[in-house]
Design a protein around this ligand. Structure first.
Ligand code: NAD
Length: 464
C-alpha cells in the first residue's frame, strides 16, 4: 500500500469536485481528486452537456419543419438519431478531456478508483483491479453527486423503463414514450423526442410542468408543448409502471380515478438520490438526512475535517451550485473571508424551446412578502425576436413596489437561459428596475426585452 499526503482530498470529480480542486490549487494548496470515471461528473458526461447537444438537434428539426417560412425547401428530410447521439457523446468526450487538461495544468493529481473514508484524514481508494491505496489529507471533501431516484414501483430496466442516462443513448426512435415527472429532465427529453416524432405523454403529479417555476411561465410552457403535440397530464400521480415485451404500462391516479397509459418506452424522471452509500460515512458517524449529507453554512459535516458539497448535500441539485460551493469551501479552508452563497439568487434554466429561465421569487412568493409591481414584456414586441422568428414568450419582472428592487425574474422564450444572467447580476447588486431601464441595451437584441420589462415596472415601456 502506498501513501501520499495532500492538503485536501476530494472524493468525486464532478462540477463540485473538479472546480474545488482547481480553486484549491490556485490558492496554493495541494489537492487530489479521487474519481472512478472520467472527470466532469454526471453533468458533463451524462447530463447537462450531452443533453444540450441533443436539444440542439431537436431545435434544428423543428426549425427545418418550418423551413418554408424562410423560403427554404427541404425535400426528403431525414433524421438519424444515432448520429445525434454520437455528436452528443463527442461533446462530452471533448469536454471531459478539457477538464483533465485543466486539472493537469493546475497540478491537480487525479487518482482513479472508488474513494472511501477510513478516517477524517484518510481515504482508501480501490481501483478497477481491486488494488487499494491510501490518501492522507488534512481535509476531505465529499462531492459524490447523485443518481436517478430509485422507486420500487417504477423499476428501471434500462430497455423499456429507462432513466435519463439510457434516454440520451437511444439509437432508435421510440414510437411512443410516457415520461414520469414534469421537472427539468422530463421536460427536456419530452421536447427532444417530440422533435423526432415520438408520441410523448408527460405525467406530472403537481398542477403544472416545472412546478417550481412561476405559475404563469409553466402555463405558457404547457401551451407551447401542446402545440408541439406533447400530451400533458398534470395533477396525475404515477402509482406503478411495468414493462412487457411489447411495451410499458403506467398506472396513474388523477381526481380519484385510475387510468393506464400504454407506450413503447417509459422514462423515469422523478428526481435524484444522493450517492452517499459505501463511502464510509456511517462508520465515521457523518450525519445524513434521507441520504443527503448534513452540512453547516461552511459545508462542514458534524465530523471535524470532513466537508461535503454539491448534489450529495441536497437541493438545489444543480451543477452551477456545486461549483460555487466548491469555490466557496476552498476559499474558507484557505482562510479567506468569503461571503456565503446567496441561495435566493440561483438561476434555474430549462433548455427546451421555448427555454425557461428564472431567478429569485415567483410572483406568488413575492406577493406574500409585501407589495410588488409586475410587468411582462412579450417577445413579439422585440424587433430582434421578430427578425429571427422567435416571437413566443415573455420576460416577466417582479419588483418591490416601494424601491423597485428586482425580486424575481422569469423568462420563457428564445435564449432565456442566456438573458437571465443580467438579472442575476442585477439582484446581486440590488439593482432597481429604474437602473436597468437607464442602462442602454444594444438594438436589436433580445436583451432589450429585459430593459423594456424594467421600464414597464414604472409604466414606461415604449414598445407595447
Ligand atoms: P425534479 O425533482 O426536478 O422533477 C421531478 C418531478 O416529478 C417533480 O415535478 C415531481 O412533482 C414529479 N413526480 C414525482 N413523483 C411523481 C409520480 N409518482 N408521478 C408523477 N410525477 C411525479 O427532478 P428531475 O427532472 O428528475 O431532475 C433531477 C435534478 O436534476 C433536479 O434537481 C433538476 O433541477 C436537475 N436538472 C437540472 C437541469 C437543468 O438545469 N436544465 C436539467 C436536468 C436536471
Amino acid at each position: 500500500m502506498s501513501t501520499t499526503k495532500y492538503d485536501v482530498a476530494i472524493i468525486g470529480g464532478g462540477p463540485g469536485g473538479y472546480v474545488a480542486a482547481i480553486r484549491a490549487a490556485q490558492l496554493g494548496k495541494k489537492p487530489v481528486v479521487i474519481e472512478k470515471d472520467r472527470p466532469g461528473g454526471v453533468c458533463l458526461n451524462w447530463g447537462c452537456i450531452p443533453t444540450k447537444s441533443l436539444l440542439k438537434n431537436a431545435e434544428l428539426i423543428f426549425t427545418l419543419q418550418h423551413a418554408e417560412d424562410f423560403g427554404i425547401s427541404c425535400d426528403n428530410l431525414s433524421f438519424d438519431i444515432s448520429k445525434a447521439v454520437d455528436r452528443s457523446r463527442k461533446a462530452a468526450e471533448t469536454l471531459a478531456g478539457g477538464v483533465e487538461f485543466l486539472l493537469k495544468k493546475n497540478n491537480v493529481k487525479i487518482v482513479k478508483g472508488h474513494g472511501r473514508l477510513k478516517s477524517a484524514s484518510v481515504v482508501e481508494v480501490t481501483d478497477a483491479e481491486g488494488q487499494a491505496s491510501e490518501i492522507h489529507a488534512e481535509s476531505v471533501v465529499v462531492s459524490t453527486g447523485s443518481r436517478t431516484k430509485a422507486i420500487p414501483v417504477i423499476p428501471v430496466d434500462g430497455s423499456r423503463i429507462i432513466d435519463s442516462t439510457d434516454a440520451m443513448q437511444l439509437r432508435e426512435i421510440p414510437t411512443s414514450m410516457t415520461i414520469i415527472g414534469g421537472g427539468a429532465i422530463g421536460v427536456e427529453f419530452a421536447y427532444f423526442f417530440a422533435a423526432y416524432g415520438t408520441k410523448v405523454t408527460i405525467v406530472e403529479m403537481l398542477p403544472h410542468l416545472l412546478p417550481l417555476e412561476d405559475e404563469e411561465i409553466s402555463e405558457q410552457l404547457e401551451k407551447s408543448f401542446a402545440k408541439l403535440g406533447i400530451s400533458i397530464m398534470t395533477g396525475a400521480r404515477v402509482e406503478k409502471a411495468e414493462a412487457g415485451s411489447g411495451g410499458t404500462t403506467v398506472a396513474i391516479s388523477r381526481d380519484n380515478k385510475t387510468e393506464t397509459i400504454y407506450s413503447d418506452i417509459t422514462l423515469m424522471a422523478v428526481g435524484r438520490d444522493p450517492n452517499s452509500e459505501d463511502i464510509g460515512l456511517e462508520e465515521l458517524g457523518v450525519e445524513t438526512d434521507r441520504g443527503f449529507i448534513k452540512v453547516n453554512d461552511g459545508y462542514a459535516t458534524n465530523v471535524p475535517g470532513v466537508y461535503a458539497i454539491g448534489d450529495v448535500v441536497g437541493a438545489p441539485l444543480l451543477a452551477h451550485v456545486a461549483s460555487a460551493e466548491g469555490v466557496n469551501l476552498m476559499e474558507r479552508l484557505a482562510g479567506h473571508e468569503t461571503n456565503p452563497i446567496d441561495y435566493g439568487n440561483i438561476p434555474s434554466c430549462t433548455y427546451c424551446q421555448p427555454q425557461v429561465a428564472s431567478v429569485g421569487l415567483t410572483e406568488k412568493a413575492a406577493a406574500e412578502q409585501g407589495e410588488i409591481k409586475v410587468f411582462k414584456m412579450p417577445y413579439r414586441s422585440s424587433g430582434k425576436a421578430v427578425a429571427v422568428g422567435h416571437v413566443e414568450g415573455m420576460v416577466k419582472l417582479i419588483a418591490d413596489a416601494k424601491y423597485g428592487e428586482i425580486l424575481g425574474a422569469h423568462i420563457i422564450g428564445y435564449d432565456a437561459t442566456e438573458l437571465i444572467a443580467e438579472l442575476c447580476t442585477a439582484r446581486t447588486l440590488e439593482t432597481t428596475a429604474a437602473e436597468i431601464r437607464q442602462t442602454i441595451h444594444a438594438h436589436p437584441t433580445l436583451s432589450e426585452l429585459v430593459m423594456e420589462a424594467a421600464a414597464g415596472i414604472d409604466g414606461e415601456a415604449i414598445h407595447i
